[in-house]
Ligand binder design. Sequence first.
Ligand SMILES: Cc1ncc(COP(=O)(O)O)c(C=O)c1O
Length: 395
Amino acid sequence: MTVKYNFDELIDRQKSDSVKWRSYGSDVLPMWIADMDFRSPEPVIQALRARVDHGVFGYPEWNTTNTDLMRELGEVIVERMASLYGWTIHPDDLLYLPSVMTGFNLACHTLTPPHNGVFIQTPIYYPILHAARDTGRLYQEMELTLNQDGAYSVDWDLFECSLDERSRLFILCNPHNPVGKVFTQDELLEVARICLRRGITICSDEIHCDLLFDGHRHTPIASLDPEIAQNTITLMAPSKTFNLPGLKCSFAIIPNPELRKQMIAAQQGLIFGVNILGLHAALAAYRDGADWLSQLMPYLQANRDYLVDFVRQELPGISLASPAATYLAWLNCRQANIPGNPGQFFLEKAGIGFNDGELYGKGGEGYVRLNFGCPRSVLAESLNRMKNALENLPG
Ligand SMILES: Cc1ncc(COP(=O)(O)O)c(C=O)c1O
């Protein structure tokens, strides 16, 4: 039976332990951290209910093929990679992890000796920005090139110059948070070529891979070529796609047995399996969530278009490139004559909680990140609040 989902519904999250809704006062609209204000797909809720009714919540199996749940989840993921990307993987390539953040930090520990380099492209999701520092590795960066139209590209000479003999790991973010860029196959091939030539392993954070808008296609970098797959750890999760981040279930795809062995060894004593409810939710989402996702994406795309039109027509001095993916918009406020930091300004003068661009490293100054994974009325309210705050700026 097809369920018609109502993404306009306003759901009170204040009393649901949501960090998004509890970090500011009730008069502030939270448009920050990347979770959506939508209920998850009905099959996911039913699967969780059924598992909760069992009433016993012991440690789940962690071997990827030992139980029906793990076998079926593995098969669904293998089938998903084949059908979406023509990418052949094996259930043994999978390593379940509580979160993608765990995955890239573990990769830093595992694949980069202390004081060797972890390379990233800024502005970037700040736990990636901090992964080198958080794991005692050498931080190496390049800035993405900001084009005239507000979109971003990669300066390949700068990419090469920013690496050196200490560089061991490149954390790619594709689709990119916060700039909403979807890397093309040519760009990914160039990344892979450089990394292979220099002996740098790729850790590819692809958590936003299901959230692409019309005209864009996701390509897992590891799907391009078996040699690239052997040099890559791919991180994915159902959490952004189906709004399940609190259930703590993600996975790494590691076709290279040596890299997989190292990642498994690095977990010892730190990570012991994944949330049992998260596993059930992941299976239900991937197996039965397509209908929900097919309704979500047009809603998000209409939110994106509404936002882009509003900014262009009503918010002079603010600009953005229409994001190709994610429910995150990267707003350039540099020309808006805002005194001081725009995130602070909109919090104080408009009652909106954005992510402050400075948090995302070089190139983020003067930006805010807006989460449009919310009912359109909430998005409209936040944009109107921005407009009023900007109109009240001293001239
Ligand atoms: C690019 C990216 N990677 C990882 C995460 C965090 O994922 P997890 O909750 O699985 O650690 C986010 C969350 O916003 C993200 O945008």
